[in-house]
Design a protein around this ligand. Structure first.
Ligand code: WQD
Length: 350
């Protein structure tokens, strides 16, 4: 099994991926500054995995070189963990709000780009050249082709998307600079849902930006109603269409990607992680109401600036290259997301 550094491992996708990795027998060092996460998530992850002393948590910031060095130092000195060195990094740490990135571009470029640059410098200095990077479908901007394949044009339309595209380019430059780099760039579509136990899930700080956590909070009565951004989109029912992927499918996609990087040693993998199925806002609402027997009051409002009518993954390459595809459907997404919301009305701080 491998010794892995997980940046942002206490977050939504990071915590679910840590669970899958612990269950597979890996040893983890997690670095997280808890700006959009809670250490409680990892306590619950270890409980779910039934492991002890296989995860070391470091409160740290990937923008601070000494913090990242500390993570590598733990790999050499930890008594509790039989680390020798770090075999690979899964890099989740970063800021991910499109709207916030428009207001604070300097902040987003610093954390997402300089933070990744710092991490990669320290990795190279320690001879660790295997990384799975958390990228995003946002780099496609307004996709001209849906479902969208990986060779579609990269045309981000917001600072968040630009930062992800920039780190992808940095990784491509690294892969070409010297032998030994093993890099995966995973482009997520819309991660949603939660582990079926209801113990871990999405816990956005403040008012969520994204549809699914808003639906669960409206259903729970935390918010009065949902605003549907536009009913005049060129889609079947006039509302926006997205490719929603269960977070456990996404976590398993990371595990499978890492396995291929470590076993087959490809220089670069660039893959869409999505279901390949487009779901409209109204379809999501009606599926949630039926599955969870909860009403979700809503009102139609104007379109949200920067939204695209439809984003759907062409996920065939991940299937061909990894043998991975989503297994969980929209009903499981709604059921598991609602179980998390019900058990944790105010997230990890409930
Ligand atoms: C989904 C649909 C909205 C909220 C974002 C990021 C992307 C990725 C996933 C990180 C759209 C509609 C939403 C609401 C609504 N994150 N909606 N009312 O915008 O597809 O993608 O999250 O990588 O980078 O851009 O997700 O959940 O915000 O929106 O009607 O209150 O729901 O218009 O059609 P999006 P979303």
């Amino acid at each position: 099994m491998a010794n892995l550094l997980i940046t942002g491992g206490a977050g939504f996708i990071g915590s679910h991926t840590c669970l899958v990795l612990l269950e597979a027998g890996h040893q983890l060092i997690v670095i997280d500054n808890f700006i959009n996460s809670s250490p409680e998530s990892l306590k619950r992850v270890e409980k779910l995995a039934g492991t002890q002393n296989h995860l070391t948590l470091i409160k740290g910031d990937i923008c601070i070189e000494s913090d990242v060095e500390r993570a590598f130092a733990v790999a050499h000195t930890s008594n509790a963990l039989s680390y020798s060195s770090i075999d690979a990094v899964i890099h989740f740490a970063g800021l991910k709000s499109v709207s916030e990135s428009r207001i604070h571009p300097l902040y987003y470029w610093d954390v997402n780009v300089n933070g990744s640059h710092t991490l990669l410098k320290v990795m190279a200095a320690h001879g660790c050249r295997t990384i799975v990077f958390s990228s995003s479908a946002t780099i496609y901007g307004y996709p001209r082709q849906t479902p969208t394949p990986e060779d579609a044009s990269i045309a981000p339309i917001n600072p968040y998307g630009h930062t992800k595209a920039t780190v992808e380019q940095l990784l491509a430059d690294l892969a070409g600079s010297e032998s030994g780099w093993r890099i995966a760039r995973l482009r997520y579509f819309n991660p949603v849902g939660a582990h079926p136990s209801g113990l871990i899930g999405e816990d956005p700080r403040g008012i969520p930006n994204n549809l699914f956590p808003l639906i669960t909070q409206v259903a729970a009565g935390r918010r009065s109603h949902l605003k549907i951004f536009g009913r005049d989109w060129p889609t079947s029912d006039g509302t926006g269409i997205r490719d929603y992927i269960h977070v456990m499918d996404l976590a398993e996609g990371h595990y499978t990607t890492l396995k291929v990087l470590l076993d087959e040693k490809p220089q670069m993998l660039t893959l869409n992680l999505g279901s390949g199925v487009g779901i409209s806002v109204l379809e999501m609402i009606s599926t949630f109401e039926t599955t969870c027997n909860q009403k979700v009051p809503y009102q139609f409002t104007a379109r949200r600036f920067g939204d695209a009518p439809k984003t759907i993954a062409d996920a065939s390459l991940a299937q061909a290259r990894l043998g991975w595809a989503t297994k969980r459907d929209l009903i499981e997404i709604c059921r598991d997301g609602w179980a998390w919301q019900q058990a944790n009305p105010y997230g990890y701080d409930s």
